[in-house]
Write a protein that binds this ligand. Structure first.
Ligand code: F6P
Length: 425
């Protein structure tokens, strides 16, 4: 209806009603489709008549230093928008900045609102995960306390898929597709020699095992899939792991295992902490998780004298924009657009969520959800979607994940390499 109205207004030469200025930022770890949400916010805001759409450079942290760009100067053609959808990382740059509580440091909020008022911003959008939703929560609460009319909306993103309230998060489907694909290639490669070997692949996701479970997508008619999958939802035992691997190796020489970066022992100690690594913590108190696969592979080799390899997928799984899921990239765009529409209709202090309206055929719609019930929380893989032994995901998990990885967005290539867009400064 709104589209028809816009069309009629244009056709009749009626000047479109404008809406106030918009600002959008990206925050937290990137995904391969976070820029598609940026495209969704930008194009919808422009279509709805926003005069200015600003982009925060490096999220709220950059905004505090008045670091922003006018997005109309960044995206001058449809090709720019199409390239944006195919560009990994966060186009605007990101941050892991925790806003203080307003009662501890009111001056931070006073400064932010001064900047927003100077830019005549009426709508504020933040594309991020659970920590970034903490920013939307605090800003919308503060806005209410000072009777500001600026509306604050969250747009979900995270490869971890651990946001409450939403069926899944934009970014997860593409990371899952990449993991399924490279896992399959790794398994095929591991069979090349007639030799005993163990390959351990480490997958991101912090305390939630959604992404690690995606390793099971490699199981197809021509590939057996990984032999074991270890999620952080189930306490990990090194002795049990070793004996399972050694037992299975009596029947098959090449073993491939997927482990989450966040697997923990019964007493809560992270397996990656046992490895030789340097500690790094962000402002939200999250330490960088890395080294579990290396530790497990090394101790297997040392104890049993077998050939092992560890592969840490690391940032590859969130930056592989050459292999995104079309479903995911479309939903990411729609989530951005839905946030703009909801804010124009008066919503604030909410996050857009994705709802599975139908299973077969898969249909997904958007809605909004109270930010208070999302910020700082983590949604884990239900225990019933992991087998009893804690070594694989179930068919229900597969039914949930498969629709999210369907279709591809073909990259634009130049000289044999995918093309991207970068910020003009
Ligand atoms: O939050 C998403 C995520 O990619 C996690 O899976 C991972 O543990 C973390 O970010 C890594 O963050 P960073 O890039 O800041 O080290």
């Amino acid at each position: 209806m709104a589209v028809l109205q816009d069309y009629l207004q244009l056709a009749m030469g009626v000047k479109m009603k404008t809406i106030g200025n918009v600002i959008v930022g990206q925050s937290g770890g990137p995904t391969a489709v976070i820029n598609s949400s940026l495209a969704g916010v930008y194009e919808t805001a422009k279509k709805k008549g926003a005069v200015k759409v600003f982009g925060m450079v490096n999220g709220i942290q950059g905004l505090l230093e008045e670091n922003y760009v006018d997005l109309e100067e960044q995206f001058t053609s449809n090709l720019d928008i199409e390239l944006l959808k195919r560009t990994p990382s966060s186009f605007l740059g990101s941050c892991r900045y925790k806003l203080p509580n307003p009662w501890d440091k009111a001056e931070v909020y006073e400064k932010l609102f001064e900047i927003l008022n100077k830019l005549e911003v009426e709508y504020f959008f933040y594309i991020g995960g659970n920590d970034s939703m903490d920013t939307i929560k605090k800003l919308s609460e503060y806005a209410a306390s000072i009777h500001s009319s600026i509306r604050f909306m969250g747009v979900p993103k995270t490869i971890d898929n651990d946001l409450e309230g939403t069926d899944h998060t934009p970014g997860f489907g593409s990371a899952a597709k990449f993991i399924g694909a490279v896992m399959k290639e790794t398994i095929v490669d591991s069979l090349v020699y007639d030799l005993k070997s163990v390959t351990i692949v480490e997958i991101m996701g912090r305390n939630a095992g959604w992404l690690t479970g995606a390793a099971a997508l490699s199981k197809t008619k021509e590939c057996a899939g990984p032999d074991f999958i270890y999620l952080p939802e189930v306490p990990f035992s090194i002795d049990d792991f070793n004996s399972k691997v050694i037992e299975l190796q009596k029947k098959k020489k090449s073993i491939v295992v997927a482990v989450s970066e966040g697997i923990c022992l019964k007493d809560g100690q992270l397996v990656c902490e046992l490895s030789d690594r340097v500690e790094y913590q962000d402002q939200f108190g999250h330490c960088m998780l890395s080294g579990a696969a290396k530790y497990l592979a090394n101790q297997l080799s040392a104890k049993y004298g077998i050939k092992t390899r560890s592969i840490e997928l690391n940032t590859l799984q969130r930056s592989a924009s050459h292999l995104t899921s079309l479903v995911d990239i479309t939903e990411a765009y729609n989530a951005g657009g839905a946030a703009v529409n909801a804010a124009i209709l008066g919503e604030t202090g909410k996050m857009v969520i994705l709802k599975r309206a139908s299973l077969a055929p898969y249909v997904c719609v958007t809605d909004t959800y109270d930010i208070q019930k999302i910020a700082n929380l983590e949604k884990k893989v239900p225990r019933k979607w992991i087998n009893e032994e804690g070594t694989y995901v179930t068919e229900e998990f597969m039914d949930y994940i498969k629709p999210l990885i369907q279709g591809e967005l073909v990259p634009f290539m130049a000289d044999g390499i995918p093309m991207h867009i970068t910020m003009k400064r």
